[in-house]
Design a protein around this ligand. Structure first.
Ligand code: HEC
Ligand code: HEC
Ligand code: HEC
Length: 196
């Protein structure tokens, strides 16, 4: 079978149009790859997917997120799961998505957070992972929406703290943690956390 195919193809590839043919095949395979990758990224990048595909999220972090300032506010501009947790484009996005595959393992194989109690028991550990990520990314996702230099009505308290935040290169979550979900308990908060 393979022999037959390669016999048929040989004259083509060896002929003058060979390189062109190979290029076309390469392009098609490449396009297929990019297309399917994009489809997966788009399908897994919605609030609906992240918040309600599995009950681990739906019953815990999503339920807690509902009604917070990033869910409902006077402007109607919202930040949902992916806005805070997933980089917008490029290499960081791919790494984040690959990393998220561990959630599948937890869901289907170990069931490590499949009850409220188990979720709570693991929450601090998971929060540390998120805090670490946000510190290392220099609050990239927060800053994609918030520009604190342009926040006109910042209270005096906010201005003082934000000046300090900048001078000391602090992450937004050093002060604004637990803004979308219940406060994690079990260890130091993000400011005291030592990132190894
Ligand atoms: C998709 C855009 C977006 C992203 C991403 C985002 N925010 Fe917001 N944030 C908003 C909007 C919109 C509001 C509501 C503004 C308003 O109504 O005054 C808000 C409000 C806030 C407030 C004000 C809370 C209050 O009670 O007044 C804080 C603090 C805040 N965000 C921190 C953060 C932090 C920290 C991050 C990153 C972990 C973040 N935001 C990510 C859009 C975003
Ligand atoms: C050192 C602590 C600290 C850090 C770090 C910090 N903030 Fe704040 N932020 C504050 C305080 C304090 C307030 C005022 C809260 C209040 O008045 O109740 C505030 C207020 C805000 C508000 C509400 C609107 C306003 O200006 O009053 C937003 C939005 C906000 N911060 C976003 C951010 C973002 C985004 C970052 C990261 C780029 C950040 N903050 C880093 C302490 C901090
Ligand atoms: C405004 C930014 C923001 C939004 C929106 C947001 N998160 Fe989070 N999330 C955080 C931060 C910050 C943490 C780290 C713990 C903390 O400070 O609450 C976190 C922690 C988590 C954790 C680890 C467990 C925990 O409680 O610490 C999970 C899981 C999670 N988020 C999932 C989601 C899902 C699903 C959504 C959408 C329904 C969502 N997040 C929306 C900022 C956000």
């Amino acid at each position: 079978m393979l022999n037959k195919i390669s016999e048929k193809l040989r004259p083509w590839c060896a002929g003058p149009r060979g390189p062109l043919l190979l290029l076309c095949i390469g392009l098609l395979v490449g396009l297929g790859f990019v297309g399917s990758t994009s489809a997966v990224l788009i399908a897994t990048g919605t609030e609906k997917f992240c918040a309600t595909t599995c009950h681990e999220m739906e019953n815990n972090v999503y339920a807690e997120f509902k009604g917070t300032i990033h869910d409902v506010n006077s402007s109607g501009v919202r930040a949902t799961c992916v806005d805070c947790h997933v980089p917008r484009t490029g290499i960081p996005l791919y790494f984040r998505k690959i990393n998220a595959a561990r959630d599948l393992w937890g869901h289907f194989v170990t069931g490590s957070i499949n009850t409220r109690e188990k979720f709570e028991a693991k929450r601090y550990e998971m929060a540390v992972r998120v805090w670490t990520y946000m510190k290392q990314s220099d609050s990239r996702e927060c800053k994609a929406c918030h520009n604190m230099d342009k926040a006109e009505t910042s209270s005096e308290k906010a201005q003082v703290r934000h000046t300090r935040a900048k001078a000391e290169n602090m992450a937004c979550i050093d002060c604004h943690y637990a803004i979308a979900h219940n406060e994690p308990e079990g260890g130091p908060g993000p400011q005291e956390l030592v990132i190894k």
